[in-house]
Design a protein around this ligand. Sequence first.
Ligand SMILES: [Zn+2]
Length: 459
Amino acid sequence: MSTGNRVQSGLYKGTIGSLNFEARLDVDGTYPQMQFSLMLSNFSCHYIAHMQSVSDNKWEGDIWYRQNSRNVQFGNVTPNKLVAEYISGSTVKLLKFTYKRDNNDLWTGTIPRISDYFRLTEFEIDYEEGIDQWLTYNTNSLPRPTDVDDEELTVEKSFGRAGIQVTRSGEVNKVSGTGSGVDARWNNQELHDAMLANWSRNEGTLWAMWVFLAKQFKDDPESVTFGIMFDTIGSFQRSGTAIFSQSIADFYPPGIPNRNAIIQRHHFRTLIHEIGHAYNLLHSWQKTLGTPWISLVVNERGAGSFMNYPSRYPGGEDAFWRDFAFRFSDQELLFLRHAPEAFVNMGTANFGTNHAESAPTRELMQQLSNLDPNQATLKLELRVNKQRPVFQYMESVALELKLTNISNKPRSVDKTILKDVAHMTISVTRNQSETKQYRSYARPCYAQKEITLQPGQSL
Ligand SMILES: [Zn+2]
């Protein structure tokens, strides 16, 4: 396996006039995906084009992914191609990019290269007292695929090849096992508490995560958990992950050949796998769950990827380890390197909802952020019909919606607009717990009838 340094590929970032650009050119180095993603941050306008070489240091390709594209038009013309040209200066390396429509150049800019990597992230790794600090795996410990070199694999190397720079933050804390309670087995809430107590960053810090090497998870009798991305509670998700060395070791009976090496290999795979979940990667066989970020996403049961389970691999565990080159699949690399930031970044999009906030919510948020509150003519309130918004245990909760015309002109609205619960989503977040969304299954079909709200009048 070649480590292939990235020369032209990497992250380019710069401001031209008042416009902030971020570009990721992915054409050389480890596992090049021949993609170019270009984001105009001011408008969250994100394009991805599949590139082909047109000459030395120059690539061109069709745009196949667009987010908020209507914000970036050139005289009402929407680009359908991107060109990228790498310019190797003596001190600064530059990227010249061009938005094109067919054969016409629409707009060209030049920005500097700021990293060999596509994303820059920060991990803090803490240990439970008394466990082995396994963070590496030596590939010569066991038979390996022919394209895997004899080397010591690390977290930094594995993510570096995926195009993600990992730097370590904070002290290495020894976490007392008392946090896992009298049963000495961690549950999600205890792990979450340990993260809040030991992580030097705040939960929800972007591009940062807490990795906890612990002994054992509190499993039910039928299951064994090797690792978990436990952080699907609270308002920030995917900030924390844990790996359970005791459970991994106990899985392999004493006396089997190469037992220690097998345990360490499994531990290393689990470590990268759980961190992969924090980047919003799903299991190889479940890629199409929820709302994939692009419709091209496919399940890949037979992927030799960190995100697969050896036991689910066609041919079983032995076949997996014969084929697995300690890497992520191409479709995972495409997501990690080029998907819009909010989909990948820990602390943002909820896990499993997935790869992305749900499309309507994103669009709605975009529309809302474009609205000028001074131009609003209607006000919507959610309120409880009591003096204090506090309910007793088991008391049923009733909420009222009130729509008021706050303009100085009569305003016509649909009479049933507040009755039509099929178009409403209710999100309930418990303190220190997950957010649950409720949507009505009912699809009422009311006859449309407009009524007029006078200024100050409510529905
Ligand atoms: Zn998993």
